[in-house]
Design a protein around this ligand. Structure first.
Ligand code: SF4
Length: 97
């Protein structure tokens, strides 16, 4: 969930350290809230239906975007040094919580 704009939620930003085109937090964790195209949310490790080919969210500024996505922010301990690390760290967090 890379952050472009504080109001829009995760999008790539040099200010936050979020990596452009990462998308790990839109794949690795489960989301229990309904998402357009995924009315029951999404399971862990499944790509969100709203993640585009550039690994950016199609729902920025859209009220249908889950609140959990708005709340998520770049965290160096969770996002690691690259996308593979982010996928592993987020998946591990999910298993351990
Ligand atoms: S709705 Fe957008 S921000 Fe939320 S998981 Fe899907 S692609 Fe990512």
């Amino acid at each position: 969930m890379a952050r472009r704009d504080q109001d829009q939620g995760p999008r790539p930003s040099a200010d936050t350290g979020c990596r452009a085109g990462c998308g790990a937090c839109c794949i690795a964790p489960s989301i229990s809230s309904p998402i357009p195209g995924m009315p029951d949310g999404k399971p862990q490790g499944v790509r969100c239906a709203q993640l585009d080919v550039d690994n950016l969210c199609r729902l920025f500024g859209d009220p249908r975007r889950p609140a959990v996505c708005l709340a998520f922010d770049y965290d160096p301990e969770l996002c690691g040094n690259n996308r593979d690390q982010a996928m592993a760290l987020i998946a591990a967090l999910e298993v351990n919580t």
